[in-house]
Each structure stands twice: as structure tokens, then as C-alpha cells.
Design a protein around this ligand. Structure first.
Ligand SMILES: Cc1cc2nc3c(=O)[nH]c(=O)nc-3n(C[C@H](O)[C@H](O)[C@H](O)COP(=O)(O)OP(=O)(O)OC[C@H]3O[C@@H](n4cnc5c(N)ncnc54)[C@H](O)[C@@H]3O)c2cc1C
Length: 541
């Protein structure tokens, strides 16, 4: 559990990279050698200056409004998310579309006023939560009409806690750490920890159907959302938080994953849980991927109270060890595992977490050990789990150091049933690995499972490749990687996204997954809320 006792207040943020500018995650020497061995030496490219990007911001096409600012600084900072194309255009200085204005409403009345203003100006509205989208959700479309980005950051209050019914009502712009701090100071938790936790918002989690590191215990954002308010050009939708209902289709499922197309989520009622007494994570190794997958599948076929399972394939295990920065401990660990029959080039690292009362945790741990030991798992105690907890939100900072060393990082994720998990990992990794052959460039590709279910699992694959001399070429390389990965996912019967959503980058693959009737149903469901199609045009559908 991430214990938060104080509100963190205003967070500093890098303008062209990830996270707090005072935090750096160095690339360890062993990791650098591994990268150079596989990909070749990376070359650091000079970053565009903020000044040069500010100069690209054109004159605003919006009329003046007291809730809207049109200065270049705000328009630059709200013109992108955190996708690799976003990074390439920021670092390379090629970003060329900016919202015409940014609004910071403080309540529902302001939101209604802004929607009316946008209608009058015939403007497109982009709701903006924390700006951590990795799929182009926040990109400004090429339109003749103005674009207004609406940041929810001032709608950040806790409105109500119903301790008896385990419900809490928040405004939707609240950020992860603030939301948890409010709940934890009252003895509760939401338990939603995406890796972007520090900079992502409640509204963004719901609009993208986010999944957190403890989704095994607390569910995805989907399962936490009990009701709430969405305001669109067509009106205000209020969904009440019934414990269960058979009154026709569930409207919550239209809001979830709506990616700003339906309207602006202004508040949400969430299912909360008492803070657990224990939150233990154990490290273990399997001798092979097949043993590991079978172990995970069997764990989830039983009703065992776990908080998380994160299972790295052999390549990811090797890279995790190389990037850990603890060369001596790693060497000792490899020798120990070898004596126990696990060779690191084939061995797979796994973290299994349990949270709840000490009685629940002891019982769950006993059950899980019995199952996993049959798959030859070697248990290593809690040290690896503690180290992971400490760094759980620090890993994305490596993206900054990798870019500075000349390497780009793309992540791809899907979910499939158990019978296809291994086939999907192999197909996906092969397709990505071959995707830059026309440039004679290699990729470093590795995968893990972090949200297993009884019926199957998510697959999360990371790909590293060298940044090219020109941003346009790096973008071309990324397109090849993304296209190869998405085609492999579709071919192998996976969903185009388990957790990041659709945005712009997954849009071409939606119809293959939903079918043309499914796409029409989705589009028509948003119509009463947004009859003129003003909301986050060009995304999702
Ligand atoms: C380093 C890193 C790690 C990540 N790890 C995870 C992870 O572990 N799990 C995961 O699920 N995702 C992860 N993501 C992706 C991203 O953080 C999630 O998609 C997150 O839910 C986005 O929230 P946000 O507040 O930043 O939304 P934004 O990026 O601001 O917006 C995303 C979409 O939601 C819409 N939106 C935002 N707020 C509202 C609102 N109030 N009403 C209507 N629409 C709204 C926007 O219009 C946009 O379409 C990660 C991203 C990064 C960069």
C-alpha cells in the first residue's frame, strides 16, 4: 500500500519529459552495456528549446472569455500527452497543433458555461485530466474551427465519504496522490495505482478505463465507478450509485472508456475499501516461462485474496536485473538460483502480493505457495517486493534517461484468454523485433503479465529502439513499431487495449475488434450528450 498522510499540493513537472524535474533515475552501467550490445550505441539528440516551441503557437481563434486563457505557455503545455509521438514532437521541436485556449473551471456551472461558449464559437472541446495519455487522446485535431482544452485540475475536492456504504464522492479532476491522501487519512483506500498515479486524475482513469497495479485486489477503475455526473452539450447525466441494479443497460459503461467523447465527467462516486493491515509482496523465480504461466493460471483459478501478480518473461527478468543497479546482489542472486535449478537466461521473475488482515494474508500466502511450488517456484522472501514498492512510480523516469542516451521506449498492451497467452507474447515480440529491419535497426523487446484473471491475462510489452537523427525519422520508426504490434495483436485475437484506451493511435484497429454495428452503437450512444460532435472530435471513433 502506498501510505499517504499529507496532501502533496502542487507537483512540479518536466515540460518535455516524465515527472518531477528534481527526480532522475540514472541508467546503470550494466543496463547501458546491455542496450549497446543489442541496439548499438545510442546518440543523444539535441532537444528543441521551450522558447522555440512557444514561438510556434499561433494566434488564438477564440474570442475572449473570463474562464479561458490563451497565452502560449498554457497552450503548449496542454497540446500533448505522454505518448511517444508526443515526446518526439516536443523533443524534436516539431509540435505544430495547439489548442486555441485552455480553461480551468472551478465547478459544474463553469463547465456548463464553457460548453455553451464552445457551442457559440463552434469549437471542439478536449477534456484534460492529468495529461498522461499515451495514445494521442489530447492531440489537437486539424480543424478550421477553434479548439478549447478544458483542464479539470481545479475540480479537485473530496465531496463526501459514506463510511457505512464504503462510498466516496470526488470531483473528477483530483489527482491520484491527493485522492489517496484524503481517503487514507480516514482509514480507507481506493487502491488504484496506475504507474502514472502521481500525475493522472480520477476523470482520466474513468474516461480511459485504467487498470492499476493492485487491480487484482481492488478491481480496475471500471469496477470502482459506482455513479457520477457527466456534463455534455446535450445536458447533464447523473448516474446514481446503486449497489446493484437490473434496470436495463448500465449507463456507467457508456461513461467508462468514453475518452472525452460523451462530455466532461465532473464528479464520481467510488467504491472504497478499509486500509489493509498488511500489504506484503513476495519475490519468486520460476525455472521457465511455461512453468510461470501455468502457475499464474492456476493461482487465478482459485479464490485466493491477492493484491497483485506481476510475471516477467525471461528477457524482461534479465533486463530488470541489469537495470536494478545492484550488480553484486544480482550476481549473488544468479548463483543462488542456479544452485536451486533456475538459470537466469530462462528463469522468470515474479512478484505476488497479498493484502488484508494478517489472518487473510497468511491463509492466502499458504494457498498460493502450495500452487506455485508445484510449478517449481523458488520463493525469495519480501526484499524484492519491498524494492519494487519503493520504485513503483520511479520506473517511468528511466524514459528520460534512456531518451537522453539516444533510446526511445514504446509500450504495447493487450489481453487474451489463457490458451493464447504464450502465442501472443511470442507473436507480438517477433513482429516488433522485425519491424525496423528496413532501417537495419534492432529492437530490445520484453514482456510481462501484470493483470491475470481467471479467464486469461493482460500482456504488457516494452520495446526500445534508437532515436534517429531527425524527429521525422524517429516518428516513422515508431509508426512501423506500432503498426507491427497492433497488427500482431489483431491477428492473434487480442484486444487492442487492456488499459491505455484508444485515443488516436488505436483507432484504426477498433472496427476489427467491435465490428461495424458495434461501432455504430457506440457512436450513437454518445449522440444525445453531444449532438453536434464537439467533444474530443477524432478520438476513439
Ligand atoms: C508513465 C506512464 C505510466 C502509465 N501507467 C498506466 C497504468 O499503469 N495503467 C493505466 O491504466 N494507464 C497507465 N498510463 C496511461 C494513463 O496514465 C492513463 O490512461 C490515465 O488514466 C490517464 O489519466 P489522465 O488524468 O492523465 O487523463 P488525460 O491523459 O488527461 O486524458 C485521457 C483521456 O481522458 C479524457 N478525460 C480526462 N479527464 C476527463 C474528464 N474529467 N471527463 C471526460 N474525459 C476526460 C481526455 O479527454 C482523454 O481523452 C500510464 C501513462 C504513463 C505516461
Amino acid at each position: 500500500m502506498v501510505r499517504l498522510t499529507a496532501l502533496l499540493g502542487k507537483r512540479m513537472r518536466r515540460w518535455n519529459g516524465w515527472g518531477d524535474p528534481s527526480i532522475t533515475m540514472e541508467l546503470p552501467e550494466e543496463g547501458r552495456h546491455l542496450l549497446e550490445g543489442v541496439l548499438g550505441k545510442g546518440v543523444a539528440r539535441e532537444d528543441a528549446s521551450r522558447r522555440s516551441l512557444l514561438k510556434r503557437v499561433p494566434k488564438s481563434r477564440l474570442s475572449e472569455h473570463s474562464l479561458v486563457v490563451t497565452d502560449a505557455e498554457n497552450r503548449l503545455d496542454h497540446a500533448h500527452g505522454q505518448s511517444l509521438p508526443d515526446w518526439i514532437s516536443l523533443r524534436g521541436g516539431t509540435l505544430d497543433r495547439f489548442p486555441d485556449g485552455v480553461a480551468f473551471p472551478s465547478g459544474e456551472e463553469d463547465v456548463r458555461e464553457l460548453i455553451n461558449f464552445a457551442a457559440y464559437q463552434k469549437a471542439t472541446i478536449i477534456p484534460y485530466g492529468g495529461g498522461t495519455s499515451v495514445l494521442g487522446h489530447l492531440s489537437v485535431p486539424e480543424t478550421r474551427e477553434p479548439v478549447l482544452t478544458v483542464s479539470l485540475k481545479r475540480l479537485n475536492r473530496l465531496l463526501h465519504v459514506d463510511a457505512e456504504s464504503l462510498l466516496a464522492t470526488f470531483e473528477a479532476g483530483i489527482m491520484g496522490p491527493d485522492l489517496e491522501a484524503h481517503l487514507q487519512s480516514r482509514g480507507f483506500t481506493l487502491g488504484h495505482y496506475p504507474q502514472s498515479f502521481e500525475y493522472s486524475s480520477l476523470g482520466g482513469w474513468l474516461a480511459t478505463r485504467s487498470s492499476g497495479q493492485y487491480s487484482t485486489r481492488y478491481g480496475r477503475a471500471d469496477e470502482m465507478f459506482m455513479g457520477g455526473t457527466v456534463i455534455g452539450p446535450g445536458g447533464t447525466l447523473n448516474i446514481r450509485p446503486f449497489p446493484a441494479s437490473a434496470a436495463g443497460p448500465d449507463l456507467r459503461h457508456l461513461v467508462l472508456g468514453s475518452e472525452g467523447r460523451m462530455g466532461i465527467i465532473t464528479g464520481a462516486v467510488l467504491r472504497i475499501s478499509p486500509l489493509p493491515e498488511l500489504d506484503d509482496i513476495y519475490g519468486l523465480f520460476f525455472p521457465s516461462w511455461n512453468h510461470a504461466v501455468e502457475g499464474a493460471r492456476k493461482l487465478f483459478s482459485e479464490p485466493i485474496t491477492m493484491s497483485m501478480v506481476r510475471l516477467s518473461n525471461a528477457r524482461e527478468t534479465e533486463i530488470n536485473l541489469a537495470l536494478s543497479g545492484h550488480a553484486r546482489t544480482t550476481a549473488f542472486l544468479k548463483r543462488y538460483l542456479s544452485l536451486r535449478g533456475v538459470k537466469v537466461p530462462e528463469g522468470c521473475m515474479c512478484l505476488v502480493g497479498f493484502s488484508g488482515s494478517s489472518r487473510q494474508v497468511a491463509a492466502a500466502r499458504r494457498e498460493a505457495s502450495l500452487i506455485l511450488k508445484k510449478e517449481k517456484a523458488i520463493f525469495l522472501g519480501k526484499a524484492m517486493g519491498e524494492a519494487w514498492k519503493k520504485n513503483r512510480f520511479r520506473i517511468p523516469y528511466l524514459r528520460n534517461s534512456l531518451w537522453n542516451a539516444g533510446y526511445a521506449v514504446e509500450t504495447v498492451e493487450t489481453a487474451v484468454t489463457w490458451d493464447r497467452v504464450t502465442e501472443m507474447v511470442e507473436t507480438l515480440e517477433r513482429a516488433i523485433s522485425e519491424s525496423l529491419s528496413s532501417w537495419n535497426e534492432r529492437l530490445l523487446v520484453f514482456s510481462h503479465l501484470s493483470s491475470p484473471y481467471a479467464t486469461g491475462s493482460n500482456i504488457y510489452t516494452t520495446a526500445l529502439f534508437r532515436v534517429a537523427p531527425a524527429p521525422e525519422e524517429t516518428l516513422e520508426r515508431w509508426k512501423h513499431v506500432k503498426n507491427a504490434a497492433s497488427s500482431a495483436i489483431a491477428r492473434c485475437g487480442g484486444t487492442i487495449s487492456h488499459q491505455h484506451g484508444v485515443g488516436l493511435d488505436h483507432k484504426p484497429w477498433m472496427e476489427a475488434e467491435k465490428g461495424s454495428l458495434g461501432m455504430k452503437i457506440t457512436a450513437s450512444a454518445f449522440l444525445p450528450m453531444d449532438p453536434e460532435g464537439r467533444m474530443n472530435k477524432t478520438k476513439l471513433l
